[in-house]
Design a protein around this ligand. Structure first.
Ligand code: PGA
Length: 248
């Protein structure tokens, strides 16, 4: 059985005190639930958030990583450095791809380096609006997955399907579309000899309390990667409760 997982991507939001308050607000509402909950604050607040949630089931993740372990890479943070601070890391988010020119190969290197360092990467893939409109979703997803899944992976990882056209919008993608792409991702995992049955696949893109149950109802979706709503402790905790209820 795959455990539901709800991850909050805080992006480049929160000051020090806001991060402390947000993490404490989530901790106080969702400290002991039978689901995986991962808070992904900006790098400088990782240690702070880790302290705030210490002793609970809540976990901490970073939003990006470099692939080398150490060296002269000014401004970068390595997966081994992150390993001392957190358990998860998002890689290949569409904002990294679109704003910082990350290719599928770069995302794949980060993904593999994170696994190698003992982190659980959350690999985000998703088609652009042009690809979606041209009916090329499957092709885009396969292309993005290909360099990441091209060799045996010794360690746990999570997949996130985030259609670019549904991020930061009023409404999410249709849940059935997300469900069918999640099935495609699972099929690719299987075809390439990875542990498809036990790999959690999340949906991301404008998830909110009204839409989340429909995503949870999709057999190949195991939770969500949440942006804006993760900055609201009440609503984020509500998503966590919904995921917990889906367990029964
Ligand atoms: P959103 O962001 O929930 O604000 O649409 C999702 C994401 O970018 O992971």
């Amino acid at each position: 059985m795959r455990r539901p997982l709800v991850a909050g991507n805080w992006k480049m939001h929160t000051s020090y005190s806001e991060a402390e308050e947000l993490a404490a607000g989530i901790r106080d509402r969702a400290r002991a639930v039978p689901v995986e909950v991962v808070l992904c604050p900006p790098f400088p607040w990782l240690e702070l958030v880790r302290r705030v949630v210490a002793g609970t089931d809540l976990r901490v993740g970073a939003q990006d990583t470099y692939w080398e372990a150490s060296g002269a890479y000014t401004g970068e943070v390595s997966p081994t450095q992150l390993r001392d601070l957190c358990d998860y890391v998002i890689v290949g988010h569409s904002e990294r791809r679109a704003l910082f020119g990350e290719s599928d190969e770069v995302a794949a290197r980060k993904f593999k380096a994170a696994i190698g360092a003992g982190l659980t990467p959350i690999l985000a893939v998703g088609e652009s609006s042009e690809e979606f409109e041209a009916g090329r979703t499957e092709e885009a997803i396969r292309r993005q997955l290909s360099p990441a899944l091209d060799e045996p992976l010794e360690g746990r990882f999570v997949m996130a399907y985030e259609p670019v056209w549904a991020i930061g919008r009023e409404v999410p993608a249709p849940p059935e579309h997300a469900g069918s792409v999640a099935a495609l991702v699972r099929g690719e995992l299987e075809r390439r000899g990875h542990d498809a049955a036990n790999t959690q696949i999340l949906y991301g893109g404008s998830v909110g309390v009204t839409s989340f149950p429909e995503f949870l109802a999709q057999p190949d979706l195991d939770g969500a990667l949440v942006g804006r709503v993760s900055l609201d402790p009440e609503q984020f905790s509500e998503l966590v409760q919904m995921a917990a209820l889906s367990e029964y």
